[in-house]
Each structure stands twice: as structure tokens, then as C-alpha cells.
Design a protein around this ligand. Structure first.
Ligand SMILES: C[S@@+](CC[C@H](N)C(=O)[O-])C[C@H]1O[C@@H](n2cnc3c(N)ncnc32)[C@H](O)[C@@H]1O
Length: 290
């Protein structure tokens, strides 16, 4: 089983809980307007590079008449997705060699995948499996705003730990992560090169600010905990990738420090001590028609 991404780049929980927020129903209106799909039709939708399945689950909620299939080559993501998102068909497989017949889907969609796969393989396979007039949606995360609360400040031990990981962190280069990143202007040109037409771009703003009064306490906690999972996953991934350089004690202590910070943030939220920390993402939606 291929588990390179989930072992060394982003863990299943990191991806799942951050994407559950990014594709929360409160942002559905913005996405659906840009997707511009006929929701009354029994659409056959394929998600390529689905990771741990949160977008596929959102698509099922937003397009209840649709049949959703989602594929990723990381077996751990597919196992996790099957457990957490019912009603979607999850398949372990390669986006550059899709195991589907020509012209079998109405819509193909991906989120933060185009930057990791060579463009001719990425687009030509999706073009092949799309029906004529089918829609290709390519989502990617652009710049954003990030302001942390003061309780997340790194202490000296943490600074040293992360400094030490940098010396050995070759995963991003080794696995071609972000190798094919493109600007907002290059992306539509590339999509056109592979045969798509009627190309449009749009942007969704995902504002994750725990203290905003329109968030429920559950949603605010989820924002805080998504960062917790990401930090804890990163620490565990360090141990997996370079076990010879990090002792179990170092890893345990780091996890304890990190968890204490997120516990403190939640305590402040629950006491009504506003911190106004925020994470705003701009998600580009590129839409083309076969
Ligand atoms: C940044 S993650 C995004 C995952 C998911 N779309 C999300 O937003 O949570 C990139 C994903 O692309 C997958 N991936 C990369 N190359 C792939 C390929 N050739 N075939 C299938 N999946 C691939 C990785 O396994 C990983 O799950």
C-alpha cells in the first residue's frame, strides 16, 4: 500500500479536519455558484486526489442527486475516507492512469492536487474520462491571512525542535510536493492547452476566526483543533521520517507542549476571552468545459 503522503507529508487527520472546515456548509453557497452545476441532474462526479475524503463528503451533501466517486493513490487516506464519509465510492488508484472508461463522468474535481502532478498527465486523464460538455473543476489554495494568538508562541524547546527538523526535512523535494505550482494566470492557460474551453476563474473566501460570533462553539473548537491535529501530525511525521535523530522522549514532550497550547486556546474561548486569531484562505476555483 502506498502511504507516502499520509506518512511523510500530511497525515489523514490533518487533511480531514482542515478540509472539513474549508468545505463546511457555511461556504457552500460560494462554491456552488462558481461550480455552476445542474444540481437537479443525477451527475456522476469524480474527485481526483481526494485525500481523506472531506470534499467528496461535502459534494454529496451539496448535490444529493449526484453519484460521487473519489480516488487517491494513498491507501491510508482511502481507508480513513471510507470510515468517515459514507455514501461515496472511494478507490485507491493513480490520477495519471484513471481506472475508468472514456467519457464516464459529468464532472471531475480536485482540490490542491494540480500542483503535485505533471500537468499533461493531470489534465489529459480527466479530459479522457469526462463526457462531452463535462465540467472540470480545479481548486487550489492561494495566499491567505494567518494571525496566531499569543498562547501559540514557540518556546525555546520548540524552536530548537523545529530548527532541528529543518536540517533533515527533504520530504517536500523527495516527493515532488508543489513541483508544478502555477500562478493564477498560468493555471487557466494550462487548462486551455489540454483542450478545455469556456474557462473561468473565481475565488472563495474561507474565514476561520474562532471568535466571530456567527460561529457555534463547536465550529470554533473545530478551528482550533484542526491546527492541533496538524501540529501533532507534523511531530509524529518527524519521528517516522527520521527516527534516528529524534528520541521518543523528545516527541512525547513536544506533543505535550503543543497540546497544552491548544488546550489553553480552547479555555480562553470557553471563558469568552477574545483573541481574534484568524486563518483566512483564498481558494481559487478554475472551471473548464470539455
Ligand atoms: C495536498 S493533498 C490534497 C488532498 C485532498 N484533495 C484535500 O484537499 O484534502 C494532495 C493529494 O494528491 C494525492 N496524489 C498525488 N499524486 C497523485 C496521483 N498521481 N494519483 C492519485 N493521487 C495523487 C496525494 O496522495 C494527496 O492525497
Amino acid at each position: 500500500m502506498n502511504t507516502i503522503w499520509s506518512d511523510f507529508i500530511q497525515g489523514a487527520k490533518t487533511l480531514y479536519y482542515s478540509r472539513k472546515l474549508r468545505f463546511d456548509d457555511k461556504f457552500a453557497g460560494q462554491y456552488k455558484e462558481l461550480f455552476d452545476l445542474d444540481e437537479n441532474k443525477a451527475l456522476k462526479i469524480l474527485e481526483v486526489g481526494c485525500g481523506s475524503g472531506a470534499l467528496a463528503g461535502a459534494l454529496l451533501r451539496w448535490y444529493p442527486n449526484a453519484e460521487i466517486t473519489a480516488i487517491d493513490r494513498d491507501g491510508e487516506f482511502i481507508r480513513f475516507a471510507k470510515e468517515h464519509e459514507k455514501g461515496v465510492t472511494f478507490i485507491e488508484g493513480d490520477a495519471t492512469l484513471l481506472p475508468f472508461a472514456d467519457e464516464s463522468f459529468d464532472v471531475v474535481i480536485s482540490n490542491t492536487v494540480c500542483e503535485h502532478i505533471e500537468p499533461s498527465a493531470f489534465y489529459s486523464e480527466q479530459f479522457r474520462v469526462l463526457k462531452p460538455k463535462g465540467v472540470c473543476l480545479v481548486l487550489s489554495s492561494r495566499r491567505g491571512i494567518r494571525v496566531a494568538p499569543d498562547c501559540y508562541k514557540l518556546n525555546d524547546y520548540e524552536k530548537e525542535f523545529w530548527q532541528k527538523t529543518k536540517k533533515f526535512d527533504d520530504a517536500l523535494n523527495k516527493y515532488s510536493v508543489g513541483k508544478y505550482s502555477m500562478s493564477e494566470a498560468e493555471l487557466p492557460v494550462t487548462m486551455m492547452q489540454y483542450g478545455f474551453r469556456s474557462i473561468r476563474t473565481g475565488y472563495v473566501i474561507v474565514n476561520l476566526t474562532p471568535d466571530n460570533p456567527d460561529n457555534t462553539a463547536e465550529f470554533a473548537h473545530a478551528i482550533i483543533n484542526a491546527d492541533r491535529y496538524s501540529d501533532v501530525d507534523s511531530i509524529e511525521s518527524v519521528k517516522r521520517s527520521k527516527p534516528e535523530y529524534f528520541s521518543s522522549n523528545e516527541i512525547t514532550l513536544m506533543k505535550r507542549i503543543v497540546n497544552a497550547k491548544y488546550d489553553e486556546r480552547i479555555k480562553r474561548y470557553d471563558c469568552g476571552e477574545k483573541q481574534w486569531d484568524t486563518a483566512v484562505s483564498v481558494i481559487m476555483v478554475l472551471r473548464g468545459v470539455k
